[in-house]
Ligand binder design. Sequence first.
Ligand SMILES: *[C@@H]1O[C@H](CO)[C@@H](O)[C@H](O)[C@H]1NC(C)=O
Ligand SMILES: *[C@@H]1O[C@H](CO)[C@@H](O)[C@H](O)[C@H]1NC(C)=O
Length: 486
Amino acid sequence: MTCDVRTLLFILFVLIGTCLAQNYEVPEPTVEALFPKGFKVSLKDDGYSFFGFRGNINEEFHEVKEGQIKADIVSKQGGYWVYKNRSKKLEVGDTIFYWIYVIKDGKGAMSPVFDYTVTEIPAPGSSPGKGPKAPQKTTTENDLFSFERFGSSERPCQVSKTVVQGETSVCEGNLIFNEEFEKTSLRDLSKWNAEIMFPREPDFPFNAYIPDNTISFGDGSLIISPVLTETQQGEDFLYKAVDLSVRCTGKADRSECRHEASGANVFPPVLTAKISTRHNFNFKFGRIEVRAKLPAGSWLIPEINLEPSDHTYGQEHYESGVMRVAFARGNPILAKKLYGGPVLSDTEPFRSALLKEKIGIENWNKDFHNYTLVWKPDGIELLVDGDRYGTVSPNGGFYEAARKHGVTHSSHWVKGTVMAPLDEMFHVTLGLRVGGINDFPDDLADKPWANRASKARLNFWKQKDSWYPSWYNSALHVDYVRVYAL
Ligand SMILES: *[C@@H]1O[C@H](CO)[C@@H](O)[C@H](O)[C@H]1NC(C)=O
Ligand SMILES: *[C@@H]1O[C@H](CO)[C@@H](O)[C@H](O)[C@H]1NC(C)=O
């Protein structure tokens, strides 16, 4: 830690100045990335005599600290206090965390910590301050922020239809969530929480979500691997009772937190993981891009989903919906078929009625692909590697189609928009699951269990020798998750 006398003096100066100051608000400056590298911070003058900038790239401030980048500016130019850094190479997705300090009428004031995430590097020639002024528009509700932006090269902000929890409005096309997984441990993943639970209704998968040995990082990717419970817990694991108690993230009333071994209800034979942005990032409408390599191995399923944050339309049978960004079964004979789109019922035929399919030249799990889902107020588009393979239109409302398939819970959607239940806040989930009673039809060859049989899970485990040898590339790899405003 740098702890020289100048640093201490500066912090003391800031703290004393701030305490003595009458409380005036320090406005948020404008930050922009520069071409070919660097960035610029500008603050409109309001009678200041000093402007200090303290910043970190991709590292939050946990206490009042100087940061990696320090600059004290004592004179203004053209009505603005400007700090330019021409040396720091920034990438799209990098975040500058910073605070500023100003002195006005001899009184100092410090800002809260702001952050700025790079959403684009401007093209050459569009260096700020030069070039023609952005057209001035009259302010309307639809483009609240297009007025008086300093730096004429900025494109004016058009207010997006995207809603982000905790933000009052979002500009069209902005990157609203970014995770590059440049981490080495789960603890460093600040935007995600790992599930710890026994997943049950409605699909009763054969795995438990336990992140201890199932999550790792490598080559800038998140890696979720299935691990046999036997290797972790010993051969007699099947009839163990386990209470996850305080660590549990599931619902206690649905036995997601306690496992009581009884009869055929054996302990999940596979441990996997699932992480979610539920506690950090929830949004409505947008474009999600996930670069991932899907798991290969019989009866393995990737979970690259948008899931409902509040379950406004109910908790059961997918009545609040789920959107699959990428889904391909890991069985070698099924893995050429990619699916994406909404699942609005737990049972067939409506369960897959809205999913779009794309047959690959090779198995999808052979390599990384860029899977994109565009969620709009009037429909959904699905793309892979830039190729659009499906659009889902609600027509008069998903309610109509669901009712024709006898989905009774669709009556809850009438109170929503045509997109209901896909018109509420959702969040991102990434996980891996095994088997279950709804994703593999009983007529598949060599399927060890019958979906409606009480011993589904036990029968799956008993035939381990028929599926385990196929699990040689069984992990889900996720390189990045990026969500953009519409
Ligand atoms: C620009 O930022 C880097 C840190 O990324 C810092 O080392 C450098 O001193 C800064 N340059 C100026 C001119 O402030
Ligand atoms: C991923 O696909 C989307 C949609 O097809 C495209 O807009 C985007 O540029 C792609 N991203 C990368 C990094 O290739």
